[in-house]
Design a protein around this ligand. Structure first.
Ligand code: SAH
Ligand code: DHB
Ligand code: MG
Length: 222
């Protein structure tokens, strides 16, 4: 099946023009620097661009930058006067990301904060930073905390997307052995009773294998 998923992804990637020289250069720089190839796929990146446009996003928060591939995609869909804040723990990743953001010509609209995302989010929270689109894609054990803080900072109508909630079906492992799976499962277990949001998940296949997104909306009025 993997072969078909990849072939279909490549087919639609070409059909939609989801890859372009700026994004390809960002991936090349990441690979040259030895970063892991765990960016969203080109078509998923296009999804993030469209989502930012659909939301009319002007204050985007990303948790987990890596080489800024998804950052560039999100920023492209942001309103022209918007700002994007992206959080990254690893200084080597942040350095590659900065170069890629500069090459993409968007460094002036993006703040990259180095350090543990939870600390950065708490600082932003204390400063009253509000968001209308959040992409959570760092360590999976941290998802419940990142999601809760994101909801607390969300403007009415905000959308929160969480990456990698399926991981080849690993999400069904209830042994409690894998902290990444536990992070997703604790998050999932909170969704039905979380009256602040409405949420769903979408399973995905493609060049990144079998995975999925959770998507939550913070309604405008409750
Ligand atoms: N969003 C990127 C991929 C992110 S990969 C894209 O799709 O292009 C996950 C990133 O989260 C890695 O760069 C990793 O260093 C970072 N990360 C892991 N734990 C973190 C933490 N506690 N705080 C901030 N970033 C973290
Ligand atoms: C991993 C992390 C990701 O954010 C992703 O999209 C794929 C894989 C990982 O840590 O293996
Ligand atoms: Mg991811």
């Amino acid at each position: 099946m993997h072969h078909t998923w990849e072939a279909v992804d490549h087919y639609f990637e070409a059909a939609t023009g989801a890859s372009d020289p700026v994004l390809s250069a960002a991936l090349r720089a990441a690979s040259d620097a030895g970063l892991p190839p765990i960016h969203v796929s080109p078509l998923q990146g296009r999804f993030l661009t469209l989502l930012a446009q659909i939301c009319g996003a002007s204050s985007i928060l990303e948790v987990g930058t890596l080489a800024a591939y998804s950052t560039i995609c999100l920023a492209r869909g942001m309103s022209p006067t918007g700002r994007l804040t992206t959080l990254e723990l690893d200084p080597r990743h942040a350095a590659v990301a900065r170069n890629n953001l500069a090459a993409a010509g968007i460094l002036d609209r993006v703040s990259l904060i180095e350090g543990p995302a939870l600390e950065s989010m708490r600082t932003l929270h204390a400063r009253g930073h509000r968001v209308d689109l959040v992409f959570i894609d760092a360590d999976k054990a941290g998802i419940p905390d990142y999601f809760d803080l994101a909801v607390r900072r969300a403007l009415p109508g905000a959308v929160i997307v969480v990456d990698n909630v399926v991981r080849d079906g690993k999400v069904l492992d209830h042994s409690g052995q894998d902290p990444s799976v536990e992070g997703v499962r604790r998050f999932a277990a909170s969704l039905a009773s979380d009256t602040r949001i409405a949420a769903t998940t979408l399973q995905t296949v493609g060049v990144k294998g079998y995975d999925g997104f959770a998507i939550a909306l913070v309604p405008r009025s409750q």
